[in-house]
Design a protein around this ligand. Structure first.
Ligand code: FES
Length: 384
């Protein structure tokens, strides 16, 4: 699929600039989370962009009008040039956000990132207790390190922003997680149920909570919100439900090639962090400028607008709201990214979602049965 099937989107001239630039600096990571959104074959990706190449990408993005910049990975802290890239981002006028596991962070690094002009840090946790946290992360010291770094971030004057990925093995911990966050004096807590891409799709059966678990968790979060508000806490709890339990799909990325531009560690430019799994040729920032990638490349025009849509999306009166849902999810679940996202109850493939829900009701998979995200397992995928 290399030809642009969607020339009308390109020719329409109605495409605005990217607002969000996500710089996936590396796929290297000290942790092994079985729900990582990185590609299964990440270890096959060599040759990360150099510092100079990233600086060029940041400059081109800002010239186009991008305002928000995320540094993620893998674990972005393994890049020795992170402070330099942060300084460049500040110089260019981005609002920059570091998305980190906290592993490899030190108080001195927090200070140096702050001096370089970093605006925001988000630290991820795996659970409310060291045993489960470290088992999921695949690291014996992860929990203590995360606690220390969450405190260091706050001590430096940043808001404490914590992220917990929620799945069937930690969803019973809602009260404990929120209590931990309250003790840490967190400002924002994202309780994000797993999205099934990358390693999470591979492990979906072992990760997806049952509806019963989900309903209970949401009620606990709501009760905690009330308790916290009554106690005068300003901590914000954001509970993100999995779209597998919805009847309409999410407006993924706010529409393909509309606001988000991701650059993968090797320079591949993508409309979302998962799109490299699609059978589409995506451009590389080593070969083309960001502006021509965004406006002119076949990959970014592929699903712009709605002329690509087959039924039932084509005649649906909600297509302007959800844009047919998620292309990566359609591909993962039906083998064809053109299809309506099977989350939609109007999709002829909605039975795949119903089957996943039924499987979640009866799953017995333990943590030991999951496939962990590490170079060894990654090599198994691309070597076959
Ligand atoms: Fe790729 Fe939704 S994650 S389009």
């Amino acid at each position: 699929m290399t030809d642009n099937p969607n020339p009308t989107a390109k020719a329409s001239g109605r495409i605005g600039p990217p607002f969000w630039l996500l710089a996936e600096l590396t796929y290297r990571c000290p942790l092994q989370c079985p729900y990582c959104s990185n590609p299964l074959d990440f270890d096959n990706t060599r040759q990360e962009l150099t510092t100079d190449e990233w600086v060029r990408v940041l400059r081109q993005g800002r010239e186009m009008g991008a305002a928000q910049l995320g540094f993620s990975g893998g674990e972005p802290l393994v890049r020795q040039d992170l402070a330099e890239l942060i300084a460049e981002a500040r110089h260019l006028g981005y609002y920059s956000n570091l998305i980190t596991s906290g592993l490899g962070l030190t108080e001195a690094k927090v200070q140096s990132f702050q001096n370089a002009g970093l605006d925001h840090i988000q630290v991820s946790f795996q659970a409310s207790d060291p045993e489960l946290n470290n088992a999921v992360a695949g690291s014996r010291k992860a929990f203590e390190q995360k606690l220390a770094m969450a405190r260091a971030v706050k001590d430096a004057g940043y808001p404490m922003v914590l992220n917990f990925v929620i799945h069937r093995h930690n969803i019973h911990q809602m009260n404990d997680i929120i209590e931990l966050c309250d003790r840490l004096d967190a400002d924002y807590v994202e309780l994000a149920t797993c999205q099934y891409y990358g390693w999470a799709f591979k492990n979906r059966e072992g990760l997806m909570p049952s509806r019963e678990q989900l309903v209970k968790a949401e009620a606990e979060v709501n009760a905690c919100r009330e308790r916290l508000a009554a106690a005068g806490s300003l901590m914000k709890l954001i509970f993100v439900t999995p779209d597998y339990y919805e009847e309409r799909p999410k407006a993924c990325m706010n529409g393909w090639g509309s606001l988000f531009l991701t650059v993968a560690p090797d320079g591949t430019a993508l409309p979302c962090h998962s799109a490299r799994l699609l059978p589409i040729d995506f451009p590389n920032v080593r070969e083309s400028g960001l502006s021509s990638i965004w406006y002119d490349s076949a990959g970014f025009n592929y699903y712009r607008g709605d002329s690509w849509m087959p039924e039932p999306c084509r005649s649906c009166d909600e297509k302007g709201k959800d844009f047919g849902g998620c292309r990566c999810q359609a591909y993962l679940l039906t083998g064809n990214a053109d299809n309506a996202d099977p989350v939609c109850s109007k999709s002829p493939h909605h039975d795949r979602i119903l089957a996943a829900r039924r499987a979640a009701d009866h799953a017995t998979t333990g943590l030991e049965d999951l496939t962990y995200r590490n170079p060894e397992n990654s090599r198994l995928f691309f070597r076959g």
